[in-house]
Design a protein around this ligand. Structure first.
Ligand SMILES: Nc1ncnc2c1ncn2[C@@H]1O[C@H](COP(=O)(O)OP(=O)(O)OP(=O)(O)O)[C@@H](O)[C@H]1O
Length: 523
């Protein structure tokens, strides 16, 4: 990389400036000390340049002289209000927006920070209860019409730092399937209806140890299943030794959702997140995405099992279809889902070769609103809505993914880090340790709209401002040709008070009308 080459800044992160530029070899991306890599893309990474201030990039590129050491940046973050606003650098790059990506050596680093920043936790812990996990051992919200508990959030967007202490917390709504089983209506247990002595006992619902006080979704066996056959023909005969049935790893998950590892063919790794590494592969010849979980222990087994109870309930054209679970001989858990061949929205917006048109952007916003509306109707909170969790197909249609998996693991993170989701997309009420409901997903949806409109990584928000979204700063970045209503909706969705945010039903109406009002793109 030559010094003095043309560089375009595309956003700022907790750890530094995100930029892209090009030299004679093509384009590169700098995510500070983080890596970005994608299947099929040739992405050259320059990492740690910010931290070291020296030439330590993968390509031997010298660090840019104006890159600040990370320590200095962190100090600046502690007093963000005194920082001059970063100038928005308009694109000077008329050519392809991103060229030759090169898949770097294997890495399990996520491409972008998804955990709350250190600044947040320092501020949170310094402020008594701020950031404290809300009590979660209460009753569930009414399921048919998902009415979350009252949100005790009286803050407005101008809240001062002296108002940071959260109000008393009611229980947050857990993610639950829409229908509550009526235990009294349950059919009798399997062994009571069968007289076959060699029938193995019914699968035991594995309880994860030390579950947080969030109520878990009802186990499968509690669901009303009046039409179920008295015998479970899916359960293969188990070898009996010493008068005990030997447990098979396959039986830890519902049999229907198990996929024989031998039926899977792995091709390339295409990405990684906090919890696993994703590969594209084939299941019996059909392209699928296979996520190998990084952890495999009793706790994760129980959490995955529980999660599957939710995933298998979900059927929506705009939600990536969960296909099943598999284990290899090392007992590693693999989650198999439908494969989306267009990559994720984050990459399409930040590194896409061809800019998305407003019509395409609104179609994506509409797809996402539809999936969110569905989840809301089912009483399910996604809690980790962000552009990385929106996958595209080759026709630029979007599907929501990572549904619930993050929630399962975030239950564990809850105990440790006191909040869930990804900080830049996270609703203020979660950051503040307050009660929350599905409007947290509306907020995160709004931040995805920010990404769609500005094609930049959303700004970090700060405890000094009660994690409020800076609408004025956003509006300055809105391109002139953006439909006005689209930007307005974004501001509405990102209001600090959840009650001021529209419902997904309303959002759906607005986005649909906007989408319909735009002319079709020319070929
Ligand atoms: N079904 C899929 N089809 C195509 N690509 C996928 C699929 N699932 C995941 N990916 C790719 O793999 C990447 C990593 O996915 P993963 O779910 O592990 O992490 P993440 O959502 O980016 O972050 P995190 O899970 O840490 O919040 C995604 O960003 C996406 O590019």
């Amino acid at each position: 990389m030559n010094i003095g080459m043309k560089v375009r800044e595309i956003g700022t992160g907790q750890i530094g400036v995100v930029e892209k530029g090009n030299n004679s070899n093509g384009y590169y991306v700098n995510f500070g000390s983080r890596k970005n890599w994608k299947k099929g893309n040739e992405l050259e990474i320059i990492h740690n340049t910010i931290a070291s201030g020296a030439s330590n990039s993968a390509s031997g590129a010298p660090a840019r002289s104006n890159i600040q050491p990370i320590q200095q940046q962190q100090q600046q973050q502690a007093i963000p209000l005194k920082q001059p606003p970063k100038p928005t650098v308009q694109s000077e790059d008329p050519g392809p927006r991103f060229g030759n990506f090169k898949l770097p050596a294997k890495s399990s680093s996520p491409k972008y920070s998804t955990l709350p920043s250190r600044a947040f936790f320092e501020a949170a812990s310094a402020s008594n209860d701020i950031g404290k996990k809300p009590a979660m051992n209460g009753s569930r919200p009414g399921i048919p019409n998902f009415e979350p508990p009252t949100v005790n959030n009286t803050q407005n967007d101008q809240i001062s730092s002296t108002q940071l202490k959260p109000t008393s917390v009611q229980q947050p709504p857990p993610i639950v399937p829409k229908r509550q089983p009526n235990v009294q209506q349950q059919p009798p247990p399997l062994q009571q209806t069968t007289q076959q002595p060699q029938q193995p006992p019914p699968l035991q619902q594995k309880q994860p140890p030390q579950q947080p006080s969030i109520q878990t979704p009802p186990p499968l066996v509690q669901k009303p299943q009046p039409l179920q056959k008295p015998t479970n023909i899916n359960i293969p005969p188990q070898p009996i030794q010493n008068n005990k049935v030997q447990p098979s790893p396959r039986n830890e998950f519902n049999e229907t959702w198990n996929i024989d590892f031998g039926e899977l063919l792995f091709e390339n790794e295409i990405g990684s997140g906090k919890y696993g590494v994703v590969s594209v592969g084939k299941w019996l010849g059909t392209p699928v995405a296979i996520k190998r979980l990084l952890e495999n222990n009793d706790e994760t087994n129980g959490l995955v099992e529980r999660e599957i109870q939710i995933l298998k309930e979900i059927r929506h054209p705009q939600i990536v279809q969960f296909l099943g679970v598999s284990r290899n001989t090392d007992n590693e858990i693999h989650i198999i889902t439908e494969f989306m061949d267009g990559g994720d929205l984050f990459d399409a917006l930040i590194f896409g070769d061809v800019p998305l048109s407003w019509k395409e952007k609104l179609r994506i916003a509409l797809d996402l609103a539809q999936s969110c509306r569905y989840l809301q109707a089912r009483g399910i909170l996604h809690r980790d809505l962000k552009s990385q969790n929106v996958l595209l197909n080759s026709s630029k249609r979007a599907k929501l993914c990572d549904l619930g998996l993050a929630r399962v693991f975030d239950d564990r993170i809850n105990k440790r880090l006191t909040c869930v989701g990804s900080d830049r997309w996270m609703a203020p009420e979660i950051s503040m340790g307050e009660n929350y409901d599905y409007k947290i997903d509306v907020f995160s949806y709004g931040i995805v709209l920010v990404e769609i409109i500005t094609e930049k990584i959303p700004d970090e928000r700060y405890p000094q401002r009660a994690f409020a979204f800076d609408a004025q700063a956003f509006l300055k970045k809105v391109p002139a040709d953006c439909p006005q209503e689209f930007a307005k909706l974004t501001v509405e969705c990102t209001k600090t008070n959840p009650k001021d945010r529209p419902s997904f039903l309303k959002i759906l109406e607005i986005v649909e009308e906007l989408y319909e009002s735009l002319p079709e793109d020319e070929e």
